[in-house]
Write a protein that binds this ligand. Structure first.
Ligand code: AMP
Ligand code: ZN
Length: 112
């Protein structure tokens, strides 16, 4: 499948990695929107959060626990935001599930 994040997960396209195991990969966003901005993706292709099922519960728990661990390792002390965009109106530009993690500045709400 011609999917950018599948290729990054497979190591076919380079990325600036923070963490990798058999199920997930975390890498820095190429166009950071905060002093700390990384993405976490499952290695298995999932198109977006709209395709998740109850079978993915362990994977999601693993992703969120890893995000918390990575933020602690990166010295995040005042909180962070996890975002996953779905579809055109959601602002999704890469059709492979990814969680943005934004930190180290105060983030506005609501988003634009
Ligand atoms: P979204 O718009 O929510 O689908 O997020 C896609 C994100 O992927 C954007 O924040 C892009 O900056 C980021 N991105 C696109 N290509 C790359 C790449 N090769 N390496 C790292 N991040 C990327
Ligand atoms: Zn993919």
């Amino acid at each position: 499948m011609d999917c950018l994040f599948c290729k990054i997960a497979a190591g076919e396209i380079p990325s600036n990695k923070l963490f990798e195991d058999d199920r997930i990969l975390a890498f820095y966003d190429i166009d950071p929107q905060a002093p700390l901005h990384f993405l976490v993706v499952p290695k298995r292709h999932i198109g977006s959060a709209a395709e998740l099922t109850a079978q993915d519960g362990d994977l999601l728990a693993h992703i969120f626990a890893t995000i918390a661990k990575l933020c602690a390792e990166q010295g995040v002390e005042k909180g962070y935001r996890v975002v996953t965009n779905v579809g055109e109106d959601g602002g999704q530009s890469v059709a492979h599930l990814h969680f943005h993690v934004l930190a180290k500045r105060s983030l506005a709400w609501p988003p634009g």
